[in-house]
Design a protein around this ligand. Structure first.
Ligand code: PGA
Length: 242
């Protein structure tokens, strides 16, 4: 399986997010083999986007979650509240958040709470991938049916139009998977994704590698034509494999 995560970041309002989600559904229409697609709009658009993707193949994710279960945490949104609004996934530890002060300990708490609520975390790690995976997965146990996504996103590749050589990505993905296994998460329950300037141009070369189980797409996910090309690349890879 290949997973494509669309991270809309703080770019879009409710109406634009809904329009984009409709566009994503159109790109999938009539397809026989489909990648798993997760759209992650801002919190404010989750409820409306849910209405669009409900009963479709597309899943809903949030871009962040609180490091606390519930209580007096003004402005925070808990894992349970994300489930309540229809999320199945949540991005945790994105480098843009780590840069704002989110620590490895915060990321670990968020992963534990997300899994506990039944969400699939999309853990983001960067240059210090192995250390970050070890810290994030302290005490984690993924239920037998559960999945944990880990996105390898070198910071220098995010939003820059630059990306590492595919061979480097593959090597890093192997190391990330080995680290997750070392942290007692079975390999079959880990999906390692690549993120950082993924677009219609480079998606195929990345996705055709078995070690690249998906991509996390930022900038190219808010341009429907470009996102369509990323989806088409995944469909091509999956069709060749089936
Ligand atoms: P980008 O962002 O595709 O714009 O590089 C990826 C991300 O931040 O997840």
């Amino acid at each position: 399986m290949k997973t494509i995560v669309a991270n809309y970041k703080m770019h879009l309002g409710v109406r634009e997010s809904v329009a984009l989600a409709r566009g994503v559904l159109r790109t999938l229409r009539g397809g026989e083999v489909m990648p798993e697609i997760v759209v992650c709009p801002s919190y404010t658009a989750l409820a409306e986007v849910r209405k669009i993707v409900a009963r479709s193949h597309v899943q809903l994710g949030a871009q962040n979650v609180a490091a606390e279960r519930a209580g007096a945490f003004t402005g925070e949104i808990s894992a349970q509240q994300l489930v309540d609004v229809g999320c199945t996934h949540v991005i945790v530890g994105h480098s843009e958040r780590r840069r704002m002060g989110e620590s490895d300990a915060d990321v670990n708490k968020k992963i534990l709470l997300a899994l506990d609520a039944g969400l699939t975390p999309i853990l983001c790690v960067g240059e210090k991938a192995e250390t970050q995976v070890r810290a994030a997965l302290q005490g984690v146990s993924v239920s037998r049916k559960g999945v944990l996504c880990i996105a390898y996103e070198p910071e220098w590749a995010i939003g820059t139009g630059k990306s590492p050589a595919v061979t480097e990505v593959v090597e890093m993905h192997r190391r990330i998977l080995a680290t997750a296994v070392e942290m007692h998460v079975p390999a079959a329950q880990v999906q390692v994704l690549y993120g950082g300037s993924v677009d219609g141009e480079n998606a195929y070369a990345l996705l055709r590698e078995p070690e690249v189980q998906g991509v996390l797409v930022g900038g190219a996910s808010v341009k429907i034509g470009e996102f369509e090309r990323v989806v088409a690349a995944a469909v091509e890879v999956l069709t060749a494999q089936s």
